[in-house]
Design a binder for this molecule. Structure first.
Ligand SMILES: [Zn+2]
Length: 493
């Protein structure tokens, strides 16, 4: 049961007292009309203490209250146990107030702690000028304190005393007072059970303590020393391990430093390498550009070379072509027709060109003419007959007297042309062809028009004084033969 505060208990007791003092007038009231009613703090049952003997002891009063107070039992009245003394010269003011006439004893009931702790010297007590609690309450012998119980003032005093007793009992014990018999028995049983539990716990604790003592006694001193030695050994081992680890750390730190140095060196090397690499790349690019330029130049040069190879200086210098029925050398017509009377200057220039061309070709090919020698002198070229040592003019104008010399000169030219053609044919026959075989003669050089003495392709080249068509045609195929020889020579080169 929870213990209610002193104030609350007092209120309950005083409430009971007030009820008895003012309104309560129960049917079973004894003589005098006043009853002492309290309420059990456990079950709230009403306790009627009216019939309790005045000399009943506080401890027995409670138990006897419900039983309507057996008259024969030796007991004292409550007002006999605690009596408030009248005010005296020795009494402190508080004591005098507490000891005020019986109708109002509450001031005393207000300070139970002060009453219970006499001579404590607490600040509260001293501040109230209470000289001594023993002075406030005096236990008087029964003979001195016999008071009339039926008087109203006596009843109030009894109620107050009982209330104080109950408060004190409540403070001293764990249970609230007053209580009925059933509650008291219940409380007692509970306390007994708790005591048994506590004893059992005490026993268990004692046994545990004995066990602990026994265990502690089992550890001998040698064991402790061995343990200490072992721990010291472990400590030494740990210290040595620490030292070795520190050494290892130093070594590793040194290694780390060296590795960092190496790393820095490698970084520098890498940087320089990349610089070199970039330089080399730039150089390579430049070189590639240069090479491409050179390749392009070589290709251009090769093209030019091919073009130049195909170019024949003789072809350009002595352009042999035709103009209608005339064969032409560099645009100069060779021959004459009735409807086209070519001037002798043009014919002489054409013969001079042809003569110079054949002479140059013979020099280039290394041919020496056997019977005639060409003397290219521009428009006044001549042909020399080697056997006679006579030179014949290859230019006009030509008259009846000089025509045979002109015919001789043209015949000499044909002879030289034929010798060149024979040289070319022999050269082809003696040299391997493109496929490595010696030419069988079918592919060897051969003049388009055969030359035989003063005839070419059966046409006499002699100068006519009237039939110019035959002469012009003969001169034209002569130029064709000459151009064929020129082509052969160009192929040889
Ligand atoms: Zn009760």
């Amino acid at each position: 049961r929870p213990r209610s505060s002193t104030q609350a208990r007092r209120a309950r007791a005083l409430g009971a007292m007030a009820a008895t003092a003012t309104a309560s007038s129960p049917p079973a009231a004894p003589a005098g009309g006043a009853r002492l009613l309290f309420r059990c703090q456990g079950c709230a049952a009403v306790l009627d203490l009216t019939g309790a003997p005045e000399d009943a002891a506080p401890s027995t009063l409670v138990h006897r209250a419900d039983a309507r107070a057996s008259p024969g039992e030796p007991s004292g009245a409550m007002d006999e146990s605690f009596m408030v003394l009248p005010a005296g010269p020795r009494d402190a003011p508080d004591a005098r107030a507490a000891g005020a006439p019986p109708p109002d004893p509450r001031p005393d009931a207000r300070d139970p702690d002060a009453r219970r702790t006499p001579n404590s010297g607490s600040p509260r007590s001293s501040s109230l000028h209470v000289p001594s609690m023993a002075d406030s309450f005096v236990v008087l012998p029964r003979s001195v304190s016999r008071v009339d119980t039926v008087s109203g003032s006596n009843l109030n005093a009894r109620v107050a005393a009982l209330a104080r007793i109950f408060d004190m009992a409540s403070d001293e014990t764990e249970a609230d007072h007053p209580m009925c018999l059933e509650c008291a028995a219940f409380t007692r049983d509970e306390i007994d059970a708790r005591a048994k539990e506590a004893e059992a716990e005490c026993e268990i604790h004692r046994k545990c303590l004995e066990e602990l003592e026994r265990l502690r006694g089992g550890e001998t001193l040698s064991d402790v020393e061995a343990e200490a030695a072992r721990l010291e050994f472990e400590e030494r081992e740990v210290c040595e391990e620490t030292k070795s680890l520190e050494d290892e750390l130093r070594v590793l730190n040194a290694e780390r430093f060296s590795l960092e140095e190496a790393s820095r060196a490698l970084d520098a090397e890498e940087t320089s390498y990349f610089h070199e690499f970039n330089e080399f790349k730039a150089l390579l690019r430049t070189h590639v550009c240069e090479r491409d330029g050179l390749v392009t130049k070589v290709e251009q040069t090769n093209r030019q070379l091919d073009r130049l190879r195909k170019t024949n200086v003789f072809n350009d210098a002595f352009h042999i072509w035709f103009d209608g029925p005339f064969g032409t050398v560099n645009g100069f017509r060779l021959g004459r027709l009735p409807n086209a009377p070519v001037e002798w200057d043009e014919i002489n220039a054409a013969w001079g060109m042809a003569c110079l061309l054949l002479s140059t070709m013979s020099h280039a090919a290394g041919v020496t003419f056997e019977h005639y020698t060409l003397k290219p002198l521009g428009s006044f070229s001549k042909v020399r007959e080697n056997s006679k040592g006579v030179e014949y003019e290859l230019y006009g104008p030509v008259n009846i007297l000089s025509s045979h010399r002109y015919d001789k000169a043209m015949t000499g030219f044909l002879s030289c042309l034929k010798e060149f053609a024979e040289f070319a044919r022999e050269s082809d026959l003696s040299s391997p062809g493109v496929d490595g075989d010696v030419s069988d003669g079918a592919n060897a050089f051969k003049l388009p028009y055969d030359i035989d003495g003063d005839k070419i392709d059966g046409r006499k080249i002699g100068f006519p004084f009237n039939r110019y068509e035959r002469w012009t045609a003969a001169l034209k195929i002569t130029l064709v033969d000459l151009k064929a020889c020129l082509a052969w020579l160009a192929n040889q080169q």
